[in-house]
Design a protein around this ligand. Sequence first.
Ligand code: HEM
Length: 405
Amino acid sequence: MVRIRPLDDRLKPWLGLGLLTSTGPRWFQHRKLITPTFHFKILEHFMDIFVNKCETLISILDNKANGKSFDIYPDITHCALDIICETAMGTPVNAMSSKQNHYVESIYAISEIITWRFFRPYITDFVFQFIPKGHEFQKHLNVVHDFTRKVIAERKKRVTDNQSNTHKNNNTEDDLLGRKKRMSFLDLLLESSDNGQVLNDQDIAEEVDTFMFEGHDTTTAGMCWTLFLLGNHPDIQQKVFEEVHQVLQSKRTPTTISELHEMKYLENVIKESLRLYPSVPFIIRDLEQEVQIGEYKIPAGVQVNLQIYGTHRSAEYYPEPDKFDPDRFLPENSQKRHPYAYIPFSAGPRNCIGQKFAMYEEKTVLATIVNRYKITAMETPETITVTADLILRPMNGVILKLQKR
Ligand code: HEM
């Protein structure tokens, strides 16, 4: 099967041929090269960034925990954007604290225009370049691409300087560990690029842009749906709080991966939220060869839409499929389930490379919020309007009330 996404052509001006949009030998070579950068030992170094961003988020939410309802979606979006910018590029953009940032504004604008085009497939690329939206799109693309390239040039210089200092100074193990700690995905890609022999600057820029795209909208939606569900289920929220409190004791936020591993119930809550509201609700494949599925023979050349949302709500695999029940993911309840009945991160060789990163980020942010506030949702699954554009999101955000514990 060849992977294609309906949005591939819309995304290519932004992402070029990064992991998400490339195929064949190029994809294979890049995937092999990038996979080690998502090793949990590397991700562990990102905990400092997660914690730092959680502290800022809390300072913002504290002002809103006043009994009045508000939409938490923008706050979580800014937080996820700050996290991905700093982990992917090693450069803070302060989406949460600064009023104006051209890069952040352009990321929003690009996502919005891609979504706008998603609902207007009749606007061809040729026509798009001449209409005002097309001009706007190009303007924002230039901002984003200039920023990524500038950061790459700066980091490249720093990596080269570091390498020569390391050779000169005979650094201790602690120095090296400290240096690794401050490394972003970009630095790691630069290190493995072999001075442009394996990955050139354009390749690196496309991968970093891809992380920026894939790595913030998806986790934002995941965290917001979980908050929405917890705000609808006080009993489950209480169980999460008790677990988090037991692990953290007097701390405000998790600071190590091993603490995150201890939060097993929270993990099941996140998994169950992604079952009911998978951030990526469907994926598309082009069939290269004829395929037999049960009694159906599907000819080569057909485009197949794999319904993640539909699969996750199938009563065949999930009794009372619309019920929010994190215990479905207890080992005794999930061991016998078909491995492809739960595929929020897709499956097979083109599965999500960022799934561990996403789980660590979601756990850190959600544990911090639940540890500090009681959450009450203002809407229920019956009343909330769901939209599936680039991702599955609540059309009018997630309106809730926070009360300090
Ligand atoms: C809850 C959060 C996330 C969900 C639900 C999710 C889901 C997915 C899914 C379903 C795919 C397959 C897409 C397709 O085949 O069309 C995918 C691919 C991908 N994801 Fe994620 N993702 C999440 C977070 C992240 C994060 C945080 C990153 C990076 C930091 C990331 C990077 C990628 C990349 C690079 C691919 C393409 C992989 C390839 O084709 O080799 N994702 N993701």
